[in-house]
Design a protein around this ligand. Structure first.
Ligand code: AKG
Length: 309
């Protein structure tokens, strides 16, 4: 009897010590995250549709993410949603895992599925931001991946991650990628609006899959709005505690001398690629990237001449 009462007493004392130690460490860590990443007083910045690109890019680079409201009309969204419906239903479940979730539908090969989605891929607002962020470090940039994502009711928070963790390198403050999340329906706190950790791009050590304590903002925005974030910004899909799905399209662009995450040549048939605009074709990778030692991605015509553009 004596022994039995003694053991729980010891255990409870130990657990109290652990509780206080854990609490102390959490406070310390939270404090360090708050101040070293500049989380404090940094709410997600929202811009009206007519904001200048300069202001948008300044916020994006300062905070790692920002939202621009109401960038595309309802007709474009309706067309994209209609094009995505069957692929979401028929193919969307193929990418189910701990990262993507088990109650989320995902589709790729977007430029082969939806002509209307091309308007979102080459949208002037997005390209202006990509020009500003990426062209410092390349001559032209590419689509890295395009993903339709429909988070269904019951899904949990996705693990926070950075998109550029697909590349096994860090180059100081050089941004390897920029991402554009389009709200295809309203993004709400309940239905899984994307979560972003503002300021996290200033901490390259946070690349990869991590879940910091607190300081996560949700990009709540009406359909047709745009969340821009940097490749090194921690973010993730939100839990869907609503009754309906949350649909978005994430377009990721990367420096032109990096390998694309999604193979655009194989995921979109060549005859379909030929029907897209020259801008889209170049974004897909149908152009060279000049390099000091020659060029990357050059190809020959059937007559043997090398394509110079
Ligand atoms: O669905 C979202 O809001 C974000 C998804 C995401 O970041 C990803 O799957 O890489």
């Amino acid at each position: 009897m004596h022994c039995v009462s003694f053991v729980p007493h010891q255990l409870s004392l130990t657990s109290v010590y652990w509780h206080y130690l854990a609490h102390y460490l959490a406070c310390l860590l939270n404090w360090r995250l708050d101040f070293s990443l500049g989380f404090a007083d940094m709410p997600l910045k929202y811009f009206q549709s007519d904001a200048t690109d300069k202001d948008v890019v300044a916020a994006l680079e300062r905070d790692g993410a920002c939202v621009v409201l109401n960038q595309v009309p309802a007709e474009v969204l309706d067309a994209v949603n209609a094009d995505f419906r069957a692929p979401f239903d028929e193919l969307g479940h193929w990418e189910e895992d701990d990262f993507s979730g088990y109650t989320t539908r995902r589709i790729a090969g977007i430029l082969g599925i939806s002509r209307a989605a091309a308007d979102l891929v080459e949208h002037p607002r997005v390209l202006a931001a990509a020009d500003a962020v990426l062209l410092r470090n390349c001559e032209n940039y590419r689509i890295s991946s395009l993903s339709g994502i429909e988070i269904l009711p019951g899904e949990d928070n996705q693990v926070l991650h950075t998109d550029d963790s697909v590349y096994p390198l860090r180059l100081g403050n050089t941004q390897l990628q920029i991402s554009a999340m389009w709200a295809l329906n309203d993004f709400t706190a309940e239905n899984g609006a994307t979560r972003v950790v503002l300021g996290s791009h200033q901490k390259p050590a946070h690349a990869g899959l991590v879940d910091p304590i607190g300081a996560v903002e949700q990009a709540v925005m009406p359909r047709g709005s745009l969340l821009l974030y940097l490749g090194s910004t921690l973010h993730g899909g939100g839990a869907n505690r609503s009754q309906g799905p949350r649909a978005g399209l994430i377009n990721v662009y990367s420096l032109g001398w990096l390998r694309q995450e999604e193979n655009q040549y194989l995921n979109v048939r060549r005859e379909v690629a030929e029907t897209h605009s020259t801008t889209i074709q170049r974004l897909m990778g149908y152009c060279r990237h000049p390099s000091p030692g020659g060029s990357l991605g050059s190809w020959q015509n059937p007559d043997g001449s090398w394509v110079e553009d």
